[in-house]
Design a protein around this ligand. Structure first.
Ligand code: FE2
Length: 198
């Protein structure tokens, strides 16, 4: 499988970002997630494809660009669909299914068809659960940074509190991930990005 280079991925972001601000917001987040994942990779099981994790992190949120309206504002009401939109975008660009899946399978700690049905989410009814070790790492690393205004890094405790409102099963799933992968060094990331840790 062909894994795009960092430069190719950056060019893809630049091509699809509706505004320089959107690019800055989404691409910076993707880079922060990538650095968090690279720290976690050190502890990951041998055999995890580091190049694939890197590309997955840099690509995972590219679908967010499709949520910007003509007024340059993000449509937050359909935010959950950014994963599926990113999958479609990368498929249209000719990227492999393995790469497309990083977009559609990174939301929260994983969406089940039951979640989609019971919460009436604006995505096709299906399971969107990270399956490969690479998908799991991208999905997990994503939880430690938020594209909020201003962007922030989140500790495991902060994300656990956030995910709790989606049910105790989601919080438990996140805690299992914390046990398996540990936490990235957010102080170092916070220094290099200038984003606060909350
Ligand atoms: Fe993300």
């Amino acid at each position: 499988m062909l894994i795009p280079t960092d430069e190719q991925i950056r060019a893809l972001h630049e091509r699809h970002a509706p505004t320089p601000e959107a690019f800055e917001r989404v691409y910076t987040h993707c880079r922060a997630v990538c650095e968090a994942a690279e720290q976690l990779l050190v502890r990951a099981a041998p055999g995890v494809n580091a190049d694939l994790v890197r590309a997955g992190c840099l690509l995972h949120d590219i679908g967010v660009y499709r949520l910007y309206g003509p007024d340059g504002r993000l449509d937050g009401s359909r935010y959950v669909s950014h994963g599926v939109l990113g999958h479609e975008l990368l498929a249209e660009e000719g990227l492999s299914e393995t790469l497309c899946r990083f977009c559609s399978h990174h939301t929260g700690v994983g969406l089940t068809s039951e979640d989609v049905r019971s919460q009436g989410l604006p995505v096709p009814v299906a399971d969107y659960l990270a399956e490969s070790p690479e998908e799991e790492l991208v999905m997990y690393a994503d939880k430690f940074h938020s594209k909020s205004e201003p962007p922030v890094f989140l500790t495991a405790a902060s994300f656990a509190a956030k995910v709790r409102r989606f049910g105790p099963d989601k919080e438990l799933r996140f805690k299992e991930l914390v046990e398996r992968h540990g936490e990235p060094d957010l102080a170092a990331l916070s220094d290099s990005y200038g984003h606060r840790v909350v």
